[in-house]
Design a protein around this ligand. Structure first.
Ligand code: MLT
Length: 210
C-alpha cells in the first residue's frame, strides 16, 4: 500500500506488534520499498512505516539536500527533519502505532540521527547503519536512555570511522544508550549488519516475535 499522503509518499505495513513499529529510512537513490525485507527480518511482527525521501538529487530520492558528498545543507536538513517528525506524528495517529524505532541506512541513518538530536520524542530509539555526524555543531538534546545501535564499516570510503565515533560520542553525551560496532566492511549493507541489528533489536526496543 503506497500512498501520497501525510506529506511523504510512503508504505505502511500493519503488523501484530503495532505498539513498537519500525520507521524505515532508505539510502540515497532508494525508495520506500527498499528496506521492507530488512525490517521484516529485524523485527518480525512489527508494523513497518517507510517513507520515501522528498528530495531528488538527479532523480535519486534523499531525505535532505547536500552540497557535496558528506557536506550537508544543514538548513535544509533541519527543515526536512521537522517535516519527517510531522509525518511520523501524523502516521502514528492515522495507523494507531506507537513511537517507532528508526532503522536507517546511509542517508536514512543520517536523518535518523538528526531526528534524534532535534526531535527525540519522534523515536523510541534507532539502528543507524553507516551514519555520519549530521551537524558541524551537535544541537543540545536530551536522549535520556534512548537505545541507539550504530553500525560502521572500517573500510567505508564515505564515512571515516572517526566521524561515526564522534556521532556515537555526541549521542551518548546527550544521554542515549549507545552501542557502536565497527565491522570489517565498506559502506554497503552486509550480512553482519543484519545479524547485529537482529540481535540488538531482540534484546532492547522491540520484543522478538519468535
Ligand atoms: C549522505 O549524503 O547522507 C551521506 O553522504 C550518505 C549518502 O547518502 O551517500
Amino acid at each position: 500500500m503506497t500512498q501520497d499522503t501525510l506529506g511523504f509518499i510512503h508504505h505502511f505495513e500493519p503488523g501484530p506488534d503495532a505498539a513498537r513499529p519500525l520507521l524505515l529510512l532508505h539510502g540515497t537513490g532508494g525508495n520506500e520499498l527498499d528496506l521492507l525485507p530488512l525490517g521484516r527480518i529485524v523485527a518480525p511482527g512489527a508494523a513497518l512505516l517507510s517513507p520515501r525521501g522528498a528530495v531528488s538529487e538527479n532523480g535519486m530520492p534523499r531525505f535532505f539536500r547536500r552540497l557535496a558528498e558528506g557536506v550537508f545543507d544543514e538548513a535544509d536538513l533541519r527543515r526536512r527533519t521537522a517535516d519527517l517528525a510531522g509525518f511520523v506524528a501524523a502516521a502514528r495517529n492515522r495507523y494507531g502505532i506507537g513511537a517507532p524505532l528508526a532503522l536507517g541506512f546511509s542517508n536514512g541513518a543520517n536523518i535518523a540521527a538528526s531526528l534524534l538530536m532535534l526531535r527525540p520524542e519522534a523515536l523510541a530509539g534507532a539502528v543507524l547503519i553507516r551514519p555520519m555526524v549530521p551537524f558541524a555543531e551537535a544541537p543540545a538534546a536530551d536522549l535520556a536512555g534512548k537505545p541507539v545501535l550504530i553500525l560502521s564499516g572500517a573500510m567505508d570510503p564515505i564515512v571515516p570511522v572517526e566521524n561515526a565515533s564522534r556521532l556515537a560520542d555526541q549521542l551518548a553525551a546527550a544521554g542515549a544508550a549507545v552501542e557502536h560496532r565497527i565491522l570489517p566492511t565498506g559502506h554497503g549493507l552486509s550480512q553482519a549488519d543484519i545479524n547485529l541489528a537482529v540481535d540488538w533489536t531482540r534484546g532492547r526496543a522491540l520484543p522478538s516475535a519468535a
